[in-house]
Design a protein around this ligand. Structure first.
Ligand code: FES
Length: 359
């Protein structure tokens, strides 16, 4: 059962990685080692009161489970309340409220396999990819990894030195290509952003998609869309394309109107909700817009972070009835087939929906 509780973790070190990004390493007491065991590519949900408001954010772990430490990378974003606070004020010795690791941007590594991996990372999207890359190289001694990493300029490249060190260490098995938007490289291919044209060129000349076991993608939306689109155009099966989104754009006016109509239609529909072994009947109130907010208003502390359909912190399993999701960037096709939904995006379609967070 996934834990939805928050634990207090003490910061062991805040290290400046770039002018606007830090890594944060946590102390892990023996009592929490099991709860905080993670898979490469997973993230942590943080909760903090800032400026009189509860703020929740997800940050990806940037280390491999084999390193025996727990560390995240946090890039300061414009107007970012939490990322600004972490970059400017957080220090060793401070305590943070943190939920146990979760997320499905993961791959099963097998030391006996000889595989080829490719990653497209942009900006702070490197954090989960660094975790996956280090894990692939450390646990599969015959596998190779190619990283395409886009940034605005070289001072802003997170984990630049660490990646260079990995390149030296895994000289025959790791290839790294940097793409800088604001700096001119000698080879034209490496100038500018990782857009459709560039991704197409890379998939036509640098790597052969048919030979790649898995593609990992994390970065700005347009980069992820370009990479996914070009991989699908090259007939790469969806199961070999793993994407991690940190944020998503707003719904179109038509999508928003359709979602509102569904919510109004669902007014009063009764749901049976289970969390931490406790079951409760909740009647859907369209004013609260989602199953998640209805459940929380009814007094069950259902977990959440982004409320944008991305992080899957609010995941639950539907065991009866039907629900509709507005957007889903957090669940795989398999999870949906098994009945999982993102409750922050869900509206009941039928009377008597039953769902459980205890999965
Ligand atoms: S809270 Fe992030 S997907 Fe629902």
């Amino acid at each position: 059962m996934a834990s939805v509780d928050f634990h207090k973790l003490r910061v062991a070190e805040v290290k400046r990685e770039t002018p606007d990004a830090v890594s944060v390493r946590f102390e892990l007491p023996d009592s929490l080692r099991e709860a905080f065991a993670f898979k490469a590519g997973q993230h942590l949900t943080f909760r903090r009161d800032l400026n009189g408001e509860e703020v929740r954010r997800n940050y990806s772990v940037c280390v491999s489970p084999s390193e025996g430490v727990l560390k995240i990378g946090v890039k300061k974003i414009a107007g970012g309340v939490f990322s600004g606070w972490v970059n400017d004020e957080l220090k060793a010795g401070d305590e943070l409220e943190v939920m146990a690791p979760h997320g499905s941007f993961c791959w099963i590594f097998d030391p006996d396999e000889r595989r080829e991996y490719v990653a497209f990372a942009g900006g702070s999207g490197i954090t989960p990819i660094l975790s996956l890359m280090k894990t692939a190289l450390a646990t599969e001694p015959k596998s190779r990894f190619t990283l395409f990493y886009g940034n605005r300029n070289s001072p802003g490249v997170m984990f630049l030195e660490e990646i260079a060190g990995l390149k030296d260490r895994y000289i025959d098995r790791l290839s790294v290509f940097h793409f800088l938007e604001d700096e001119e490289e000698e080879i034209d291919l490496f100038n500018g952003r990782l857009d459709r044209e560039k991704v197409e060129a890379l998939l036509s000349g640098v790597v052969t998609p048919a030979n790649i076991d898995a593609f990992f993608i994390c970065g700005p939306g347009p980069m992820m869309d370009a990479a996914e689109e070009m991989l699908l155009a090259k007939s790469v099966e969806k199961s070999r394309i793993l994407i991690e989104r940190f944020t998503t754009g707003p719904l179109s006016a038509a999508q928003a109107a359709a979602a509102l109509a569904l919510e109004e239609k669902a007014a009063g529909l009764k749901m049976s909700v289970t969390l931490n072994g406790r079951r409760m009947q909740v009647a859907f109130d369209p004013e609260k817009h989602s199953i998640l907010d209805n459940v929380r208003a009814a007094g069950l502390p259902a977990p959440f972070a982004c409320k944008g359909g991305v992080c899957a912190t609010c995941r639950a399993k539907v065991t009866a009835g039907e629900v509709s999701m507005k957007v889903n960037y957090g669940l795989s096709d398999e999870e949906i087939a098994e009945g999982y939904v993102l409750t922050c995006q869900s509206t009941p379609l039928t009377e008597g929906v039953a769902l459980t967070y205890d999965v």
